[in-house]
Ligand binder design. Sequence first.
Ligand code: ADP
Length: 665
Amino acid sequence: MNENSHNLNTNSANEDRFRALLKATSDVVYSLNPDWTIMHELDGRGFLLDAHEPTTEWKSRNVYPDDLEMVNEAIANAIATKNIFQLEHRVVRADGSMGWTFSRAVPILNDEGEIREWFGVASDITERKIAEQKLTEAKDVLENQKRTYETITAGTPDLMYVFDLEYRFSYVNRALLEMWGKTWDDAVGKGLLENGYEPWHAEMHEREIDLIKATGKPVRGEVAFPHAILGRRLYDYILNPVFNEVGEVIAVSGTTRDVTERDQWEQQIKQSAEELQSINEEFEAINEELRASNEQLLVTNEKLSQINQELLKAEQKIEEGKIALRLAVDAANFGTWYINSVTREFITDARLKELFGYLPNEDLSIEQAIAQITDEYREFVSKKLEDAIYNNGDYDVTYPVVGLHDNRLRWLRAIGNLKADPSGTFSTFTGVVMDITEQKTEEIRKNDFIGMVSHELKTPLTSLSAYLQLLEMHAHKNPDELNQRAINQSVKQTKRMTDMINGFLNISRLESAKVFIEKSQFDVADLINEAQEETKMLYSTHRFFFEPCNSIMISADKGKIGQVLANLIGNAVKYAQPGSAIRVSCITTTDTIKISVQDEGIGIRQEELPKLFERFYRVDNNNLISGFGIGLYVSAEIVNLHGGKIWAESTVGKGSVFSFTLPLS
Ligand code: ADP
């Protein structure tokens, strides 16, 4: 049983006091019969219409129609349970408008426990209710708004947030929460530091919030800081003031956008633009060069076409020349050949084959050709050929060949020319061969004649020399100055004549390849001593200095080497003023011996030096000094046959040095 009803029930004496209490309250007071059909009385207190007479109309008069059902239910429930009625519901106020009341009624029970009467109070809660309703509506609006914002802000990757003026986040969007890895409740209402901002960063935003508060102006900035997953990122943010209705800043809203990629793009675009610019510039420069080159090319082209024309003309000339040459070759009846330095391919024409006694369709190899050269010349020609092909040596050789089929002896002169192939991999050795048998036979005949004449001349000369020696001895015993001088001169002239005839003999021998070297072992010092003796006897006009020579044995033709030395000394005497000095020296190195004859004579021009050793070559001396121009030629042949070298050094007006070497072994 309800405690209140029990008290009321058991303590009916208090009823009057209770009524008095009801009177003292400012609330509406009412009483009803047990089933609430009749309202005994109602003191409306200006809020509701009063009922001074019992009335059954109270529900329609006082209860707001829409809430009647709810009120009836509550009444039914209260009656059924005999419990206190308590309900907030709408009413029709005294002025006819709708109001709210909080109505409470207590059942008064009789002794049997039946409801006798209901007493109630109803307070005017209209204002509170309206306020509550507004609050609910406002909340709904707010909730709706938040949902709307959420929908808007959730869709963007941008970070959106609102700061209150104490730098606390009052709103953060989902993206920002996700970035922080926090829930709304964890983040909202918290400051920057609490949300994980570094102190410098938090302070920066706090300063900005202060600035916005003071100026009411937005702030825009960029900030870079590390992202948990994506690394260092760059953010662009705008903070905006939020004003109240009187224009005061009450909050700061912000939007932050991750512009790392945009920034990278911008950087790349900037870089690309710069690169493009420099490429453009380079292009421009290249273009410029191209233009210049083009002009050059045009000029060059013109020149080239001129050159081409010249070349064409030249080629034509060469072609004509070639034809002329071929005609000349044909006319001269030359044989021609071609040798490849690497493959040793040997191509010959029919004429060359004919000269070697071959039929035109027969093959001829280098080896076969060499084999047909006579014994005395074979090695010499073979060496010359190899030297020409591989050392670019000169090749102008004359040699006898025995024909293959006809067995005829032909004298041939071959002149060759080595030329590097443009590819650089091999050289071609080409040349002509001519038949000089006729001239050669003539020459040999002439030489034989000279040889024979020289020989014939030598016989009486030898007896003349013998007679002169007798006379010399005789004159020595019977001094007579005139006689002695005449005899001395005769001896000298006879000696000269003998030398000359010997020279002639040598020519004839050389020409017919009859200079034979007969080697023997002898001491070079002896050779020099003998030359010194002979010189003393022959020449009294010059001052001779024979430098001491080491005793050293060599293998050579003593007579021929003596002839070379005598020839050099004779030349020194011939081409130097009487009274000047002539020095003879000999120097030994590890593998050669060098003998030199130095004079203080007229000297020889540089360009003449290499030619001195050619046959019949004489430097033009206006016929002041007589000679045949064969002495040096013969000397060179002799030295070469020994495997040595001969050469001259000279200064015009100062003198000459003629030297030759001989191998020691
Ligand atoms: P020649 O019988 O004419 O002397 P050589 O063969 O001995 O013939 O010499 C050839 C030429 O070399 C000479 O005609 C001369 O012009 C020159 N010659 C040789 N020896 C000397 C020398 N010692 N000084 C100057 N000229 C020289």
